[in-house]
Design a protein around this ligand. Structure first.
Ligand SMILES: [Zn+2]
Length: 391
């Protein structure tokens, strides 16, 4: 078969399973489970994988709700991974549309697996807890992406964008410890931990003027004492720190640790810090792979594609993109009035546009993988770009 008829076969295969995939997305939407507790979701997705002859391994990387589905079409060829996310948000359920991500990646993998004669291994990774800092961080650390040649997933959004970066992120909790005392009767005997936190916030705000403009620092005081007449002996602040690249973010966090020490010293308190969520690396999509995706998207009739973007959020797909050539494009399920992480967004995943998303994202990913598998030069170019970036 020539490439055109292979492409046509992929499109037919996706059309054939779109309703089944949409029903899965619906089941996920109606039964939202938060990060690392996606027991039903991982069960339902792996059932479908098994139905389509994928070999399923559960509990990978020590994560109960992570999984790997593998189907070998031939030995020695590039290994292609499609990533499923399926965690929901507290209160708003599938307000980030991860139910669609799972369905689309399944669709890409299943349709590609129907192309006999391809020399490849197709992998579907079940990646839990994206919203909690990320199962992918652990899967990457545990080496599950070793030997994978390309990785992709598509995120629902309010625009079509094939190439967008994201910020590296660290999540730290700072615990300041002082000494309690009667705030009016014996204030001189106390050490006010809350004051240290306030100095910490002010110190960070002063530091901002010396930081690069891509840095984002945002925090809350999660504990600040119990009563106004008791000097707080303990106060806690939680922060997210973000920057365009991991290297600079590490510099920034070092500076912030010094601010924390300084703030504690000012009142005679002590401070300790620890990460309260996993760190995300910056997302660096593979340009060649993104261009291939865009070509296929245009082939499927989509022309309203926005220019490459520097994103301000963070995702654990960043960590994947540091070890494997990867893409994380966005496809629209509604206009700009639709706010991500809202109930309305969750509802939109069940619209005609939600169903179209599954169909389009699955097709575009599968066609992109097919291009890589049938064009050696393209595959070499993707690898070369990746090696150049990470040497
Ligand atoms: Zn998301």
């Amino acid at each position: 078969m020539n490439t055109t008829s292979l492409k046509e076969k992929i499109l037919r295969e996706v059309d054939n399973i779109t309703q089944e995939l949409f029903e899965l997305a619906k089941k996920l939407k109606e039964n939202p489970e938060i990060g690392f507790k996606e027991y039903q979701a991982s069960e339902w997705i792996t059932e479908i994988l098994e139905k389509y002859s994928f070999e399923v391994e559960k509990n990978i990387g020590g994560l109960e709700t992570a999984f790997k589905g593998t189907l070998k079409l031939g030995a020695g060829g590039p290994k292609v991974a499609f990533l499923c996310e399926y965690d929901a948000l507290p209160e708003v359920g599938h307000g980030c549309g991860h139910n669609l991500i799972a369905a689309a990646s399944l669709g890409a993998a299943i349709s590609l697996s129907r192309i006999k004669g391809l020399n490849t291994e197709i992998i579907v990774f079940g990646c839990p807890g994206e919203e909690n800092g990320g199962g992918k961080v652990i899967l990457v650390e545990k080496g599950l992406f070793d030997g994978v040649d390309i990785a992709m997933m598509v995120h629902p959004s309010t625009e079509n964008c094939v190439y967008s970066t994201s910020l590296a992120l660290d999540a730290y909790e700072f615990e300041f410890k002082g000494r309690s005392s009667h705030a009016a009767g014996a204030p001189e005997k106390g050490i006010n931990a809350l004051d240290a936190v306030i100095h910490f916030f002010n110190g960070i705000n002063s530091l901002r003027q010396y930081l690069r403009e891509d840095v984002r620092i945002h925090g809350i005081i999660s504990e600040g004492g119990k009563a106004p007449n008791v000097i707080p002996d303990r106060a806690v602040a939680k922060f997210y720190f973000r920057a365009k690249d991991r290297e600079y973010l590490n510099e920034v966090t070092e500076k912030i640790f010094n601010v924390a020490k300084g703030a504690a010293t000012m009142v005679g308190a002590k401070v300790e810090w620890r990460k309260f969520e996993l760190s995300n690396d910056d997302l660096k999509p593979n340009k060649t792979l993104a261009e291939t995706f865009e070509r296929n998207l245009r082939f499927l009739g989509v022309s309203d594609i926005v220019s490459p973007k520097e994103g301000r959020g963070s995702t654990d797909m960043g960590n994947v993109s540091q070890v494997v050539p990867a893409i994380h494009p966005h496809l629209s399920i509604g206009d700009k009035s639709l706010i991500p992480h809202s109930r309305e967004f969750a509802q939109a995943t069940m619209s005609v546009n939600g169903k179209k998303f599954i169909n389009l994202a699955a097709k575009t990913m599968a066609l992109t993988a097919l291009d890589v598998l049938t064009d050696e030069e393209l595959f070499e170019k993707i690898k070369k770009e990746f090696m150049k970036d990470y040497d």
